[in-house]
Ligand binder design. Structure first.
Ligand code: PLP
Length: 392
């Protein structure tokens, strides 16, 4: 029997190293010194960080005069940092802070609600409609009402730009209306945007943008956040005062270098090309799933170029993932816990698919997927669906 060609289609969980990062690792020229050290090796590492920072600022057209850039271990830390920072800012100024989130956010955000920051920190759940769009009118009214009752209220508003499970895009433009509310700061979870939507480098309207670099070809354990200098920042991680005190701890100079290398590769991606391939795959899935399940992503026309979220009526994602894997297709349940086991998807539950809530499956492919690979995916998926029909 021919060995099965294995296809990695789990880019939203993490991506392989980008070509430039891979070349750099293979070159072996990895500056190891502590960038805080004053000897020449330390200075070389510092220079590399400074060059990488300048490149990241220019990629996202951000101005160092107005906006800070802090590196951290990834978006989970970035998100927790700003929840803490705002709770401290409010506490020290004798105010209350309202953290707005949606139950369809990544657990890095939804788990904030379970944490007790103090009596001055409140939460507001944002409403999402059945097309999986934010209900901006209802959410604006709810926030305005809280502000009317407490004019000193500070607000930290979370917005998920591109949904990690469905690939549905929530544009930034409508947020301009929210910025009219005084003391409201917007934090964009931009983790799934790079390379997956048009204009992913245009960081508009909001005050804070958090990225995770292992999602776009850099090393694991490195992410970054741009945040407005108007914010009174209180660091979550304190210590030696590195990164102007924004995040203590020896700087991850190698990780930071890979952010710049991976971004340079990503800027070359032709988004339209992958959009076309995604549509072809979606067309195939619509036909195949007619008697087997359904596709969630098609509820909304605004989609990332690489993600399709679907479900099977009678097979849980745990079982389906094993079957797909045996047939060379490596995908994900979309909502997996840290052990990798499938849990009920908040998306499926929200849409009323209670029976199939543990059956969600996500395909998320490379930004440089080509026609030939797409045909291979379709061929192998067809084998999987035939087998699933036989078990029915
Ligand atoms: C939308 C979104 N936000 C936040 C995170 C957390 O990112 P990290 O792995 O860098 O902590 C992820 C990771 O899957 C994500 O997809």
């Amino acid at each position: 029997m021919d060995p099965v060609e294995r296809l990695y289609l789990d880019y939203n969980a993490t991506s392989p190293l980008s070509q430039s990062v891979l070349n750099w690792v293979k070159s072996g020229e990895l500056l190891f010194a502590n960038p805080a050290s004053q000897h020449s090796s330390g200075k070389a590492a510092r220079k590399l960080i400074n060059e990488s920072r300048a490149f990241i600022y220019s990629t996202f057209q951000q101005n160092e005069k107005d906006v800070n850039l802090v590196f951290h271990s990834g978006a989970t830390e970035g998100i927790a940092t700003f929840a803490y920072s705002f709770s401290e800012w409010a506490r020290l100024t004798g105010k209350e802070v309202l953290i707005c989130y949606s139950k369809l956010d990544h657990p890095a955000v939804t788990s904030l609600v379970e944490h007790y920051y103090g009596p001055h920190v409140k939460f507001l759940e944002l409403q999402i409609n059945q097309k999986l769009d934010y209900d901006h009118l209802a959410n604006f009214a709810a926030i305005q009402d809280k502000k009317d009752n407490n004019p000193d209220l500070m607000i930290l508003y979370h917005h998920l730009w591109v949904h990690n499970e469905t690939g549905i895009v929530a544009p930034l433009e409508p947020l301009a209306e929210f910025k009219k509310i005084p003391d409201l700061y917007i934090h964009i979870d931009a983790v799934q945007a790079p390379g997956k939507i048009h204009k992913w480098t245009e960081l508009k309207i909001a005050d804070i943008f958090t990225f995770s670099a292992h999602k776009f070809g850099a090393l694991k354990g490195i992410g970054f956040t741009f945040f407005s200098k108007k914010i009174s920042f209180h660091p979550l991680i304190i210590g030696g005062g590195q990164q102007s005190g924004h995040r203590s701890g020896t700087e991850n100079s190698l990780g930071i270098q890979t952010v710049a290398l991976a971004l340079a590769d990503l800027k070359k991606v032709e988004i339209d090309k992958t959009i076309g391939l995604r549509e072809k795959l979606e067309g195939f899935l619509i036909q195949e799933l007619e008697d087997l399940g359904g596709i969630i992503s098609i509820l909304n026309p605004r989609l990332a170029n690489n993600t399709i979220y679907f479900y099977l009526n009678d097979l849980s994602s745990d079982g389906a993932l094993a079957l797909f894997d045996l047939n060379g297709i490596m995908i994900s349940a979309g909502s997996a816990c840290s052990s990798g086991a499938a849990k009920s998807s908040a998306i499926m539950t929200h849409l009323g698919h209670k029976k199939e809530a543990k059956n969600g499956l996500r395909i998320s492919f490379a930004y440089d997927l080509n026609e030939e690979q797409l045909l291979m995916i379709i061929r192998q998926l067809r084998v999987c669906f035939t087998k699933i029909r036989q078990y029915k």
